[in-house]
Write a protein of this length. Structure first.
Ligand code: FES
Length: 232
């Protein structure tokens, strides 16, 4: 429908968290096109300021990891602030009131569960500092890889989970890989690719992004991004 609006040459729906295409994939596929601008319209409620900060920071990172021709990218503000939001909400409420009621089910069966055999677990920090630094994108990218690489069943088997603050907030975004308990900081999508390949499947810690408990405060180290040109 958006593609039919005047002045819109193409429109894509994408996911900011798990799901494909991700926002990053969508932007990378559009950036080489003959467009005057790319407009990002977050259909998210409530739209937290940290979410807009995250999109802005992630966009800058993706632009530097994938240099080349980028049309100007503009991001719309909170849809709840739009003059058209109230009538839209009213129409949705009226639409729901006109739907048939969901009937109760008196015969709901208690289902059993398989206890997973996986030995590895990745915790993705979703504390405040990590969310502001792009943990949503890291989580979504990891979950997409878990699906496409069948990580639950491959190698030693990997489960993923979101966590509250894991501790080293100044190294955000942070994730931790078990059973070793290895901390990774300054994690990007490229870092996740390497952690999956080298650590989860290969069994080797990715030292470019790993941080050991030293008993002293540590800062993020600059990382040479050797795979920035992949897929260009
Ligand atoms: S918020 Fe992620 S480590 Fe503290």
């Amino acid at each position: 429908m958006a593609a039919m609006l005047p002045g819109v040459a193409a429109a894509m729906a994408c996911y900011s968290e798990q799901g494909q295409p991700s926002l990053r994939d969508a932007l990378l596929s559009l950036r080489g096109g003959p467009y005057d601008a790319i407009l990002v319209v977050p259909l998210v409620l409530p739209l937290e300021p940290s979410f807009l900060n995250w999109i802005t920071r992630s966009l800058k990172r993706w632009q530097s990891e994938h240099p080349g021709r980028w049309p100007p990218v503009r991001i719309s503000r909170d849809i709840a602030q739009s003059l058209h939001f109230e009538p839209l909400l009213g129409a949705l409420i009226n639409g729901a009131a006109a739907e048939p009621a969901v009937p109760p089910d008196d015969h709901v069966k208690l289902e059993g569960s398989l206890v997973p055999a996986q030995k590895r677990r990745v915790l993705v920090c979703e504390g405040g500092a990590c969310n502001a630094a792009g943990a949503h994108a890291i989580w979504g990218h990891l979950r997409n890889l878990q699906e496409s690489r069948k990580l639950r069943m491959t190698g030693e088997g990997t489960m993923t989970a979101k966590a509250t603050c894991l501790g080293p907030c100044n190294l955000a975004p942070v994730l931790q890989v078990y059973p070793e308990g290895t901390y990774y900081g300054g994690v990007t999508e490229t870092a996740v690719d390497r952690i999956v390949e080298e650590h989860l499947l290969g069994g080797s810690v990715v030292h470019d992004f790993a941080y050991e408990p030293t008993g002293r405060k540590q800062r993020l180290r600059p990382v040479i991004n050797s795979s920035s040109s992949k897929g260009e």
